[in-house]
Every structure is written in structure tokens, then in C-alpha cells.
Design a protein around this ligand. Structure first.
Ligand SMILES: C[S@@+](CC[C@H](N)C(=O)[O-])C[C@H]1O[C@@H](n2cnc3c(N)ncnc32)[C@H](O)[C@@H]1O
Length: 216
């Protein structure tokens, strides 16, 4: 374990200049060629998760995909539950997360696993709702997104949590795929109905318990 930690710090120091240059390249391309159009580079999304996440909270992620964000969250917060229906994605994620002791992976859809997880949670809880069909090896269910079911379930258990933060990714889909995704007004009404504050940053709809700060 100590050797693994040492190896991790050592590789971070060695790799730092390469990571820095790679991020500079990503951000330049995003700025110059995509005019900051969503999706933002992954590391920018991650910094939003870090800024909005509650210190020492438990996270629930829907859509593990290859485990990149799961790993990131496990390195900064106390525990991560992550749901992924695609066996192929989960196999890759499991390999990436084999040393992460504070992660529980669930093989199934949100519709199958989300409620059981929510019903077991207490304390400060953050949700990263990102489970949806995304082509390639990702899972396609009867509906492209379980977001309505997920928000319904959170509403049911909200009183069990102390403070709650919900980050919903790819909110642009409300504009570009009206057939499969709810309109923005749905999220606004949902947040109002549970007396929570909301904001949109980049491509994320962010809902927070009253009193939690949005800015540093
Ligand atoms: C955009 S990717 C998730 C990316 C990941 N959260 C990250 O931050 O790196 C979406 C994932 O959701 C999964 N998915 C599709 N339908 C789902 C469902 N009904 N419940 C949970 N996950 C689902 C897909 O298989 C895919 O791996």
C-alpha cells in the first residue's frame, strides 16, 4: 500500500509537465476551434465537481463508463457508488479502479440499482447524473436516459440526506434532442418543487440545498 502511494506520487511528479502540456493543448483547441462549445474538456468538468461537491460527502454516479470520473471522485471524497449497465465498460472500469477501496460498482441500469443505493444513504450526498446512451460500447435501454426516474427517486429520499448536491451532465441535450430528454424547464420546476437552488454552468445543471455556496 505504501509502495503504491509512493509510486502514485512519483508518477504524478514525473508526468506533471506532460499533463500540463496536454491540458494546454486541449483548452486551446476547445477555445480556438470549438469556441468553448460543449462538451468542455474532461478536466474542466472535474474541477466543477470538485468546486460544487460537499467536503467528505458520499457520491452516487450514474453511468460509470470507463471509470475516469469515478476514480477522480474517489481520490477527493469519502465514498463513490457508481452504476453501469454495460458489461464491457464495467470490465475496463474495474481494472482502472482495482486499488480504489472507497468505490462500489454496480452492474445494472439506474432503473435497477439507483433506488436501493439512495434508500441506504444518510449524511451529505452528491449525485453525478450522467447515465445515458452515448454510442460505441455504451448501453442503450428502452429510453436513452433514466434522468426522470433518478430525480423522482432522489425526491423520495431527499429528507434522509443532510445536504445534497445534484449535477446533471450534458444539459445541451434538452435543446438538441427534445425527443429523448426533458426540457430545461423540467429541471427548474423540479428544483423549485423541493426548495433547492439551481444554476447552469458549462453543460451542467447544478441543484443544491439552500445555503450551499455556488462560488468561491
Ligand atoms: C457519458 S457516459 C458516462 C461518463 C462518466 N460518468 C464519466 O464522467 O466519465 C454514459 C454512461 O451511461 C451508461 N448508461 C446508459 N444507460 C444507462 C442507464 N439506464 N442507467 C445507468 N447508466 C446508463 C452508458 O453505458 C455509459 O457508459
Amino acid at each position: 500500500m505504501i509502495f503504491y502511494k509512493f509510486l502514485k506520487i512519483f508518477s504524478k511528479v514525473i508526468l506533471f509537465p506532460f499533463i500540463f502540456l496536454d491540458r494546454l493543448k486541449c483548452i486551446s483547441e476547445w477555445y480556438f476551434f470549438k469556441k468553448c462549445s460543449p462538451p468542455a474538456p474532461h478536466f474542466i468538468k472535474q474541477s466543477l465537481l470538485l468546486r460544487h461537491g460537499i467536503k467528505n460527502s458520499i457520491w452516487v454516479e450514474t453511468g460509470t463508463y470507463l471509470g475516469q470520473t469515478t476514480k477522480f471522485l474517489s481520490e477527493h471524497f469519502s465514498f463513490v457508488h457508481s452504476i453501469e449497465p454495460s458489461k464491457k465498460c464495467l470490465r475496463i472500469a474495474k481494472r482502472k479502479l482495482k486499488f480504489s477501496k472507497n468505490v462500489a460498482l454496480y452492474n445494472g441500469t439506474s432503473e435497477l440499482c439507483f433506488e436501493e443505493i439512495c434508500s441506504s444513504l444518510k449524511g451529505d450526498i452528491c449525485f453525478w447524473l450522467d447515465g445515458h446512451y452515448s454510442e460505441g460500447i455504451t448501453f442503450k435501454g428502452v429510453t436513452d436516459t433514466p434522468i426522470l426516474f433518478e430525480l423522482d427517486t432522489i425526491k423520495k429520499y431527499l429528507d434522509n440526506f443532510s445536504k445534497t448536491v445534484i449535477l446533471i451532465d450534458d444539459i445541451r441535450t434538452s435543446h438538441i434532442d427534445k425527443k429523448n430528454y426533458p426540457p430545461l424547464s423540467f429541471y427548474v420546476n423540479w428544483a423549485d418543487s423541493v426548495n433547492m437552488d439551481w444554476i447552469i454552468e458549462l453543460d451542467l445543471f447544478i441543484i443544491k440545498s439552500k445555503g450551499l455556496p455556488f462560488y468561491r
